[in-house]
Design a protein around this ligand. Structure first.
Ligand SMILES: *Cc1c(COP(=O)(O)O)cnc(C)c1O
Length: 706
């Protein structure tokens, strides 16, 4: 494990422990290693200290231990059974952190603009962060030497509330790093370790926080330092803000600052893995006398994962903006700015072509991958012009299909059931199809009982939140009150939760309002939970939410259709664990992969999805339902067709099967678990990355394709 900052974490642990009864020292130590959150007993342990306080402080264990009333701490200190559980978890976490390959092995450095490690660390917005969080957790579990680099956004991503007209409103909350499980990395002299990054006309000083995610340290860069200008200090405050100047500053800090920070921390990575292009400027600041040398050096060790199958989704900026941003770096290093600009254009000679970070990343890495098989095809087409002398199939972009971190997303009851049937070490061997072979022997009634328990946990969350959400946006009392009676434990529960972008087509759910309302209240009823945030600048996305919420007047829907505001990873977990069917309706081929469906699979959820992203390689006719994945330029016709098919499947197959006492539903759950859980686990994904991208023996060769 990389040592830089470890002492600072230990100091923070002692500082916290000193405020607590002596018996609670192990809890302080657990609080500063996020691997508690995927330990089977971790969340329950903190909840047992003070359930109310645990909820009130957003499941942040450092805040819990600092803010819990003395009587809760004293009661915990006198609870021998609880202390024994804490001692056990602490010993396991410690043994794992300290065991395995030693710190002398040069790690993979993973760069990403966002990480969803846990709801209490709000430095993520959605799918990209969820993937990054899952990947570093898996690396921790597998003891793959890795350090992760990101930015500390003190205000995180925006929080969502909905007003009475159904319009999304955004607000931001400030996080105090002193109350988060992280420590400022300090040098021998006790002063914070800092690095300087020349950005436009300013040299921005950034400090570095360390977060422990099991064996993987996550270093978060933070520009909120007194010597910086107000603009610079604010530049790392919010994630994915609209202003292009701020975003470009963030990219420079993440890429150039991140690479310099690793140097200052004494880390010399064997591989630099850029997860999305945001950190691509890292390639411009390595060792070397000329830009060419520097790029050559980067190319020997950089691998790049692209996530964006839509040309407009790939960040690109006018040449002069980039020139202004990078001018001081070019001056400092003696590089020709025009040469830098050429690296970011698909056609280097086309001077008026915008500068794209994806192009820069593709040009400066030795291997690149898309995130599903179909996305690989799309990405090779999209970027073919960068390699004008190659056939499309020889474009050096392969694919590693996404996967999800099993112990993070599997619900408690399901985990216990699988522990019992697949053996105690099934999670370690989750990627091995043999692990799942005995699923077919799983008793149908037991499986249904576990599903019911997880559905009930979702319903409890809904009944608690929906009245509050509705009252907060000023709904009339009766409608708000109905939220407290929302959902029934034996009714088919359907989930649709994701970033609200137009291509995700949330509107298909209510394409034909009358028919949709008829299905919800039919003799075989259905209940629907929807959640998702639209980007603050995405008015069409906000209109979609508004349109959906306007269906609330229809009879019977007040308790059967709910919109859960402020989607985050905690809500996502409840939804994927509780829903029987998980719906995904992207407009093909715009879904790079999607991962929420994989989380649902682990919990016995069945997929109803367009054959795009991961589902295009996952669906086999027995393990879920599919809508066509064809590309159609006539979007209206496509929407009408897909909505009709969606309703038909619900009415004709899904509802009858769910309410049938025959075992068709259970058979499909078994098929889904058996065929999908191993393939779409982060264990398989990390093994693919290690084999196809990290292995230095593969230098300069394209990733092989299956
Ligand atoms: C898993 C997850 C996502 C990704 O879901 P998609 O299937 O890609 O839409 C987004 N947001 C949160 C909070 C998640 O947990």
């Amino acid at each position: 494990m990389v040592d830089a900052g470890r002492r600072d974490i230990e100091r923070a642990v002692s500082g916290l422990a000193a405020r607590l009864p002596a018996e609670l020292a192990p809890l302080a130590s657990i609080a500063y290693d996020y691997s508690w959150c995927w330990h089977a007993d971790g969340p329950a342990l903190f909840e047992a200290v003070d359930a109310e306080r645990w909820a009130a402080c957003g499941h942040n264990p450092v805040r819990l231990l600092r803010e819990a009333p003395q009587e809760s701490l004293d009661r915990t200190a006198a609870d021998d059974a609880l202390l024994a559980r804490a001692a056990d978890i602490d010993a396991r976490l410690r043994a794992h952190r300290e065991g395995g390959p030693d710190g002398a092995v040069d790690p993979v450095a993973y760069f990403c603009a966002e990480y969803a490690v846990h709801v209490s660390l709000p430095v993520y917005s959605g799918g990209l962060g969820a993937l990054a969080g899952d990947l570093i957790k898996e690396a921790a579990d597998r003891s793959l030497p890795m350090v992760a680099v990101g930015l500390l956004y003190r205000q995180g991503y925006f929080r969502q509330r909905i007003d009475l007209t159904g319009w999304q409103r955004e607000y931001w909350l400030e996080n105090d790093p002193a109350l988060l499980p992280m420590a400022l990395v300090r040098g021998e002299d006790g002063e914070p370790v800092t690095v300087s990054v020349p950005v436009r006309d300013e040299t921005i000083v950034v400090q570095i926080w360390r977060v422990d995610v099991g064996r993987v340290p996550l270093f978060l860069l933070d520009a909120d330092r007194p010597e910086n200008s107000a603009f610079a200090r604010f530049s790392t405050a919010q994630l994915y803000v609209g202003d292009p100047a701020v975003r470009l500053t963030q990219y420079a800090l993440l890429g150039i600052g991140g690479a310099r920070a690793l140097g200052a921390l004494g880390v010399d990575p064997v591989v630099v893995h850029l997860n999305e292009g945001h950190a691509a400027y890292a390639a411009l600041d390595g060792p070397g006398a000329t830009l060419q040398d520097v790029v050559e050096h980067a190319r020997r060790r950089t691998v790049f994962t692209t996530h964006t199958p839509v040309p407009a989704g790939n960040d690109a900026y006018a040449g002069p903006e980039i020139a202004e941003l990078l001018e001081p770096l070019a001056r400092e290093r003696g590089f020709d700015l025009d040469e830098i600009l050429r690296l970011g254009r698909t056609h280097p000679e086309a001077e008026h072509e915008p500068f794209g970070i994806t192009q820069l990343a593709l040009r400066t890495s030795r291997a690149a991958n898309a995130v599903s098989r179909r996305h690989g095809d799309v990405a090779r087409e999209m970027w073919a012009d960068i390699w004008p002398d190659r056939l499309t199939q020889d474009i050096p972009i392969g694919h590693v299909t996404n996967g999800v971190h099993v112990p993070t997303w599997v619900g408690g009851p399901m985990r216990a059931l699988l522990d019992e049937h697949l053996g105690p070490r099934w999670i370690e061997h989750a990627a091995d199809p043999a692990t799942w072979a005995s699923i077919d022997a799983l008793d149908g009634a037991e499986l249904r009982a576990v599903r019911r328990r997880q559905r009930e946990a979702l319903i409890a969350m809904i009944r608690e939140r929906i009245p509050r959400d509705r009252l907060a946006r000023g709904e009339e009392r009766g409608f708000a009150q109905a939220g407290a009676e929302a959902f029934e434990p034996d009714v088919l529960t359907i989930g649709f939760a994701r970033r609200v972008a137009t291509y995700k087509r949330m509107g298909l759910l209510v394409h034909d309002v009358e028919r949709a309302v008829g299905i919800v209240g039919g003799h075989q009823p259905l209940q629907l939970v929807v959640a998702g945030k639209a980007h603050p600048k995405d008015d069409p996305g906000k209109e979609l939410i508004q349109h959906l919420l306007h269906v609330r007047g229809a009879p019977g829907t007040a308790t059967r259709v709910v919109f859960v505001a402020d989607y985050d990873v905690a809500i996502a977990a409840k939804l994927v664990q509780g829903c029987d069917v998980w719906v995904n309706l992207p407009r093909p081929p715009m879904e790079a992969s999607g991962t929420s469906g994989m989380k649902s699979v682990l919990n016995g959820g069945l997929q109803l999805s367009v054959l795009d992203g991961w589902w295009a390689e996952a669906y086999d006719g027995t393990n879920g339902w599919a809508l066509p994945g064809d590309v159609d330029a006539d979007h209206q016709a496509q929407d009408a067709r897909d909505a009709a098919r969606l309703y038909e499947l619900l009415e004709g197959e899904i509802l009858p099967s769910f309410y049938d006492t025959e075992n068709g539903w259970v058979d499909m759950m078994r098929a889904s678990l058996r065929t999908l859980a191993p393939r779409f686990s982060a264990t398989r994904m990390l093994a693919d990355y290690a084999r196809l991208l990290y292995d230095p023996g593969r230098q300069a060769r394209p990733v092989s394709r299956r």
